[in-house]
Write a protein that binds this ligand. Structure first.
Ligand code: 13P
Length: 270
C-alpha cells in the first residue's frame, strides 16, 4: 500500500468518525510574557468561562506564576504546565527546574523542544529525548514540538526533517508510553509572523506525520497520538485550521495572552 492509499483510508476513517484520535487540545504558550498583575486579571476572566467539556484547555505560563495557577485553578477545568524542564530529579543545575518542582505546583504538561529552545538555547534531539522520557516517567504530558524553517519548506525538503525530529526525540520512549506523548507541529516560519500555514499545508503535513506515526509505531499507537498545530493561530483563522484533517488541537502563542482572544478562540471551537 502506498502513502496515498494509506492517507485515503485515514481520511475516510476520520470523516466517518472511526478514527478516535483522542481529545482536542487548546494550549496557550505564554513564553516570557506577563507580570503578576496581568496573570491574575487573565485568570479572573477565564475562570468563570464555560469551556467545552470535551476540549483540554491548557495554559503554559512562565515558571514564576505557577503558584497563582495552583492557587486559583484548583476547581477549574483549565490545566497548566511548564515551558521547559530539566530531566533530573534534583542537583547542581543552576537556572533549571526539575519535573519534581513542576509537579509540586500541579503542572501536568511540559512543552519540550520548542523551536525557540532548539535555536536560541541549542537544545538538541538527544537532550530533548531525555526530557520527553523524564516527562513520561513522571506523569507529565510532553508536548513535543517539531517544525521546519522557511528554507526547508520552500525547497520542499521538510518531510525527512520532521521524521528525524520525531524519531530522535521519542527514541527513549516505547510501547504504550508513546500514547502519552502529544506532538505539536509548529513550522518556524509561521511562529509569531502573522503568517499561518494554510489549512491545506496543515492537512498535508499532519497527515504525513500521522502516516509516519502509524508506520513507525503501529496502528494502536500511531492513530492516537494527538498532533497539534502552532503558528499564528488566532480567532480569525482557528476554525478553518480546525477543519483541516488530522488536527487534534492548537499550540497558541500571541493570541493566548489576551483573555478575550483566548476565550474567543475556544468559543469558535465549541
Ligand atoms: P504564535 O501563536 O505567536 O505564532 O506562537 C506560536 C508558538 O510558538 C506557540 O508555541
Amino acid at each position: 500500500m502506498d502513502v496515498k492509499e494509506i492517507r485515503e483510508i485515514i481520511r475516510k476513517e476520520l470523516v466517518e468518525g472511526i478514527l478516535q484520535t483522542q481529545d482536542f487540545y487548546v494550549v496557550g504558550n505564554w513564553k516570557m510574557y506577563k507580570n503578576k498583575h496581568e496573570v491574575i486579571s487573565f485568570l479572573d476572566k477565564v475562570i468563570s468561562h464555560d469551556f467545552k467539556e470535551k476540549n483540554h484547555i491548557v495554559i503554559i505560563p512562565p515558571f514564576s506564576y505557577l503558584y497563582l495557577f495552583e492557587e486559583r485553578l484548583r476547581y477549574s477545568k483549565i490545566e497548566y504546565g511548564v515551558q521547559n524542564l530539566y530531566p533530573k530529579d534534583e542537583g547542581a543545575y543552576t537556572g533549571e527546574i526539575s519535573y519534581r518542582q513542576a509537579l509540586d505546583f500541579g503542572a501536568r504538561y511540559a512543552i519540550v523542544g520548542h523551536s525557540e529552545r532548539r535555536n536560541i538555547f541549542n537544545e538538541d534531539n538527544s537532550l530533548l529525548s531525555e526530557k520527553v522520557s523524564a516527562c513520561i516517567k513522571n506523569n507529565i504530558k510532553p508536548i513535543f514540538c517539531i517544525g521546519e524553517d522557511l528554507n526547508k519548506r520552500q525547497n520542499n525538503d521538510y518531510h525527512d526533517f520532521l521524521i528525524s525530529q520525531i524519531r530522535e526525540g521519542l527514541s527513549l520512549v516505547s510501547g504504550k508510553d508513546l500514547q502519552r506523548v502529544i506532538i505539536a507541529y509548529e513550522p518556524i516560519w509561521a511562529i509569531g509572523t502573522g503568517v499561518n500555514a494554510t489549512p491545506a499545508q496543515v492537512e498535508e503535513t499532519h497527515m504525513f506525520i500521522r502516516n509516519f506515526l502509524i508506520q513507525e509505531y503501529g496502528d494502536e499507537t500511531g492513530k492516537v497520538i494527538p498532533i497539534l498545530y502552532g503558528g499564528s493561530v488566532k480567532p480569525a483563522n482557528v476554525l478553518e485550521l480546525a477543519l483541516a484533517d488530522g488536527v487534534s488541537g492548537f499550540l497558541i502563542g500571541g493570541a493566548s495572552l489576551d483573555a478575550d482572544s483566548f476565550i474567543e478562540i475556544n468559543n469558535k471551537l465549541n
